[in-house]
Design a protein around this ligand. Structure first.
Ligand SMILES: Cc1ncc(COP(=O)(O)OP(=O)(O)O)c(N)n1
Ligand SMILES: Cc1nc(C(=O)O)sc1CCOP(=O)(O)O
Ligand SMILES: [Mg+2]
Length: 204
């Protein structure tokens, strides 16, 4: 069965363990279809522990757990996949280590990268960044809606849009035809993540 990328939660590393579990539990109840654990600053041990916490929460659901950046962490906890950036491990190497059954995502930050990625052994592409966002400020290109439409028309791989997407613009993003929409603050920063996920899903 092909993965369901529709509403893709990327976690906020500023959340405590307790808050992380609360947000992910509620977001899954609200309908998120994929969860990525993103830990940029902390120690490796903590990354693994938080991955194990999320594995427990997601066990018995159909929602895959994706690990940001780190193939070793994904293998150590037997997560469902990895999301790589352009400066992380090359996709071919990651695929070799992960095998064919794990999901592999790759960020693309330009049309040239999007074209190069078409022949890589990846399952989906993260389109970075759709709109400028305070959640991640080291992005180098803003696709906007027109750029997303162009990317969509040039890609054989499913696209996941990310960056600055919320309740106000999610319908416009979805209308470009992308397979999925990834968000951090619209769910992690919501007073009620279950309700937020439900409302976002209803709009797409
Ligand atoms: C679904 C999705 N798309 C893009 C990204 C960004 O990944 P990357 O460029 O590696 O940046 P960091 O998230 O590692 O800061 C993503 N995480 N998820
Ligand atoms: C993790 C991440 N990657 C991005 C990219 O453009 O590559 S933007 C981003 C954070 C998205 O957060 P929010 O939904 O709060 O805007
Ligand atoms: Mg990365």
């Amino acid at each position: 069965m092909s993965p369901d990328y529709r509403l893709y939660l990327v976690t906020d590393e500023r959340l405590s363990d307790e808050a992380l579990c609360h947000v992910v539990t509620q977001a899954v109840e609200g309908g998120v279809t994929m969860v990525q654990l993103r830990e940029k600053q902390g120690k490796l041990r903590r990354f693994i522990q938080r991955g194990q916490l999320l594995k427990t929460i997601l066990a018995g659901t159909e929602v895959p757990l994706i690990i940001n950046d780190r193939v070793d962490v994904a293998l150590a906890i037997n997560a469902d996949g990895v999301h790589l950036g352009q400066s992380d491990m090359p996709a071919e190497m990651a695929r070799e280590l992960l095998g064919q059954d794990k999901l592999l995502g790759l960020t693309v930050e330009s049309m040239a990268q999007l074209e190069q990625a078409q022949s890589l052994p990846v399952d989906y592409l993260g389109i970075s960044t759709v709109f400028a966002t305070p959640t991640k400020t080291d992005t180098c290109f803003e696709w906007g809606i027109a750029g997303l439409e162009l990317a969509q028309s040039c890609s054989r791989l499913p696209l996941v849009a990310i960056g600055g997407i919320d309740l106000a613009n999610i319908e416009q993003v979805k209308a470009t035809g992308v397979a999925g929409i990834a968000l951090v603050s619209a769910i992690c920063g919501a007073a009620e993540p279950r309700l937020a996920a439900r409302e976002l899903l209803a709009r797409i």
